[in-house]
Design a protein around this ligand. Structure first.
Ligand SMILES: [Zn+2]
Length: 469
């Protein structure tokens, strides 16, 4: 009995202690002055390029009865145009007391690509391929996903599945009804221009065509070519391609073979002073349009380029080895030594000895007066070269690239505005990048305006200037 009463007393005592402790600490907490925080998110996620805003916690300093609101000082920047993890620091200061909250901000791309499909149904080819659809795909993050479009066929559903996943693994997926009858023709694309003009006796290697089929991929192209380059006339080279379902396409290239008559608009593109570091670029352009030119070469460049010019069917002519006026025009012997030097070089490189030449500065140059001691060297040389079996050429269309201009646009305008009704011998320099940059446009203009390209031959017009010295 005594024990029971004792236990009861102890229990009450303990309960009182607990109660007092709770009241003590509770009121301590409620009355204590400290930073007090309303809800705060330790982590935030933003979408790529979404507008970023600081989201600090509401913080005050004080106790439950009186608490003073404190403004945050935000530190740390978030660039939502860059995916990743960012740290933001919110600081709160009250008198000399400081409180800091950290927040992690993630910038993620969680937006799916948008697929717009023009077609209502998808074609399942006889060979199991799926014909490509007209799809535009846009994505907030990836610039171009057009080659990430995946096609598959779901047999159970009898549906074509189109799927695209962006670089952050967001996937968009669409199902389309299926058709199985291929009625789409192959698409034929010509290599090179669809109309070409030549003069009788020219050679032309067919540039061919490419055929792509929606079901079969690349197809073989049949070519029917009965162009007779020795007979003037309008011809067609016909390209045909047939897919495995029997759909056929035909495309043709018009070939005009013109007789070389007086009055024909013939353009001779000629390039002086090369080869140079720009010559290969020029050769690529000429190759693209299958245009042959005449190069008046010097010994100042890479001889391998002379070989390439020759191998690609251009005419190699001579401009002198050194192109050094003070040496060349100081005596007749110097001139010929230099001319034979380049002739030998060309012979070594190509196996042929050209006899077509152009004087540095042209036959009308007066710069030679500075070096010839008053002998009238151009009058002597123009006679002497012919006597030694050379044919010299000047020009009647100047691009102005030797000093008149340094602009490609101006070169283009100078050339096309002074083309002749008959033969145009165009002077350009393949040592000038800006001049080469105008060649593609000059070719297109000529092709579109009924001009025919040719290379200089012994019987071509010389376009001789008047000799002034
Ligand atoms: Zn020159």
């Amino acid at each position: 009995m005594k024990n029971k009463i004792f236990t009861k007393k102890v229990l009450i005592f303990l309960l009182v202690i607990v109660f007092v402790t709770i009241v003590f600490f509770g009121s301590y907490y409620l009355l204590k002055n400290d930073f007090r925080i309303k809800s705060f998110d330790k982590e935030y996620s933003y979408n790529y390029k979404e507008e970023f805003k600081y989201v600090p916690a509401e913080v005050c300093y004080g106790n439950v009865f009186s608490c003073k609101k404190i403004k945050s000082i935000n530190k740390g920047k978030v660039d939502t145009s860059k995916l990743g993890k960012y740290n933001i620091k919110y600081s709160y200061n009250y008198k000399d007391k400081k409180y800091v909250l950290n927040q992690l901000v993630y910038v993620k791309d969680s937006i799916k690509p948008v697929l717009k499909i023009e077609d209502k149904k998808a074609l399942l080819c006889p060979n199991g391929n799926i014909s490509k659809l007209n799809i535009t795909v846009t994505d907030n993050y990836d610039k171009d996903l057009s080659n990430k479009i995946k096609y598959s066929y779901n047999k159970d559903k009898d549906r074509v599945i189109v799927e695209v996943t962006d670089s952050n693994k967001n996937t968009t997926y669409k199902e389309l009804e299926v058709i199985k009858d291929d009625k789409i023709n192959p698409v034929i694309e010509l290599n090179g221009l669809s109309t070409r003009s030549f003069i009788v006796g020219d050679t032309y290697t067919d540039e061919g065509a490419k055929a792509i089929d929606n079901c079969d991929g690349e197809l073989k192209v049949e070519v029917s070519n009965n162009v007779d380059f020795n007979k003037p006339g309008d011809y067609e080279i016909v390209y045909t391609a047939k897919d495995s379902s029997g759909n056929e396409s035909k495309v043709s290239r018009k070939i005009i073979v013109k007789a070389l008559e007086t009055g024909s608009r013939i353009v001779y593109l000629t390039f002086d002073d090369g080869p140079s570091e720009y010559t290969s670029e020029l050769l690529d352009i000429l190759k693209k349009y299958n245009v042959k030119a005449t190069f008046f070469v010097t010994g100042n460049g890479d001889d391998r380029l002379i070989k390439r010019e020759f191998d690609e069917g251009h005419t190699i002519a001579l401009h002198t080895n050194s192109h050094n006026y003070s040496y060349l025009y100081s005596s007749v012997n110097n001139y010929f030594d230099d001319l034979y030097a380049i002739q030998n070089k060309v012979k070594n490189v190509t196996g042929t000895s050209p006899n077509l030449i152009r004087f540095p500065g042209g036959s009308s140059n007066t710069v030679s007066m500075n070096y010839d001691g008053g002998i009238g060297i151009m009058s002597i040389l123009t006679r002497e070269v012919e006597a030694r079996g050379f044919r010299y050429f000047d020009w009647n269309v100047s691009s102005g690239d030797a000093g008149g201009t340094e602009s490609s646009d101006q070169v283009y305008i100078n050339v096309i505005s002074t083309l002749k009704e008959g033969s145009s011998i165009v002077l350009q320099h393949d040592t000038k990048k800006f001049s080469i940059d105008a060649v593609e446009r000059i070719i297109k203009y000529c092709e579109e305006n009924g001009y025919t390209f040719a290379t200089l031959k012994e019987n071509s017009p010389g376009a001789h200037h008047g000799v002034n010295n």
